[in-house]
Write a protein that binds this ligand. Structure first.
Ligand code: SF4
Length: 355
């Protein structure tokens, strides 16, 4: 297998891998996490992922085929380019036709705590993106497409290896332009024993027609809600002026499918909607309006991660209003608005900013 694929992971290999990681980064806590991998595997044994039923009836394969058919005149995302990806054509996202390109696959310990647990989130970084934000922190993967060519069978093997390593879920980053291939790989992996929940880690800018094809397959939706104003999404995300309208509708559909996210007894998330909002400088994202909308439209215990880590990367310095980190005041306003709206399930990652 290629670079991005993990080494075969017996328990002994996993501990060896974890020890090396500890040596490299000097974190003894990672070794502790490695020793708990077996416990992490046990915690998911009783869980049955949504896709298993559809795999058994052949519906999963049928949905994959429906998504492939859409790629013939591609409308997988709101760009609706109409290119024939099955004949190798590329649209706005620059994905090379129907070829899968993966940047990396590994246990990730930097995601939300209920996704990470002790074993990590089994994250698969897929290349290319349809938004192409000027401040993208993963621009080399998302916009330059840095990764290795792969295929459905290898993707299925990656999923199974991540499960063997003790990860708590399969976390697919920017998945929609590869959705047909992902469902095909999932069909293979489920048949071979995959039992982890699927995390659909998306910009949130999703067509309802495509989301409906994922109903009963995705266990955890992890969408961003980046902008409240269409002027902002158009300016900073390649003319995507429909972002606020489409994303708010998509989030409601995601909630309809999987409901509110509540962790299991062991603290690990297995199903539900987890919204992310990145607070940006100069109220670029419209944080307070987004918090107000969530609190007025969705249940009060909807999981919302209010992220503080904005960093001016990629082309952000071309825009003076985006060329700094956020202030304490900006972050506090977003958190206070969420609390005023009565939201109770907040992941406040910027305590250092709140003082
Ligand atoms: S997935 Fe890519 S090719 Fe298809 S509509 Fe979206 S941007 Fe265009």
């Amino acid at each position: 297998m290629k670079d991005f694929i993990l080494k075969p992971c017996t328990r002994r290999n996993f501990l060896k891998y974890t020890s090396r990681l500890c040596y490299n980064v000097g974190l003894s806590s990672v070794l502790f996490a490695g020793l708990k991998a077996e416990a992490a595997i046990n915690s998911t044994k009783t869980f049955e992922p949504a896709y298993l039923k559809l795999q058994k009836t052949g519906e999963l394969k049928k949905r994959a085929n429906e998504l492939y058919a859409i790629m013939e005149s591609c409308e997988l995302c709101p760009r609706r380019c109409g290119v024939n990806r099955l004949k190798g054509e590329s649209g706005f996202c620059c994905t090379p036709g129907a070829t899968l390109v993966v940047s990396a696959a590994h246990p990730h310990f930097g995601e939300e705590r209920p996704l990470v647990g002790n074993g990590g989130s089994g994250t698969i970084f897929l290349t290319h993106c349809n938004l192409r934000c000027v401040f993208c922190q993963n621009w080399e993967i998302a916009q330059l497409g840095r990764g290795n060519e792969s295929n459905i069978d290898e993707l299925a093997r990656m999923m199974l290896l991540l499960q063997k390593m003790g990860c708590h879920n399969i976390n697919l980053v920017t998945p929609t332009h590869y959705s047909a291939l992902i469902l095909s790989a999932l069909d293979i992996a489920a048949e071979r024993g995959l039992r982890l929940p699927i995390v659909y880690n998306t910009s949130g800018w999703e067509r309802l027609e495509i989301l409906k094809l994922l109903d009963g397959i995705v266990d955890i939706y992890l969408p961003d809600f980046k902008y409240w104003e269409s002027d902002m999404s158009a300016k900073y995300s390649s003319e995507a002026d429909s972002y606020p309208e489409i994303t708010s509708g998509a989030i409601l559909e995601m909630h309809r499918q999987v409901g509110v996210a509540h962790p299991a007894k062991d603290g690990i998330m297995q199903r539900g909607l987890m919204i992310r909002h990145l607070v940006m400088p100069n109220n670029t994202g419209g944080s307070e309006n987004i918090m107000a909308w969530i609190s007025q439209t969705l249940p009060k215990d909807t999981y919302v991660n209010i992220m503080a880590q904005y960093n001016p990367l990629h082309k952000a310095y071309d825009y003076p209003e985006l060329s700094r980190r956020i202030t304490r005041e900006e972050y506090t306003k977003a958190v206070n608005r969420a609390k005023e709206g009565g939201l109770t399930n907040l992941d406040v990652q910027g305590y250092w900013l709140l003082g």
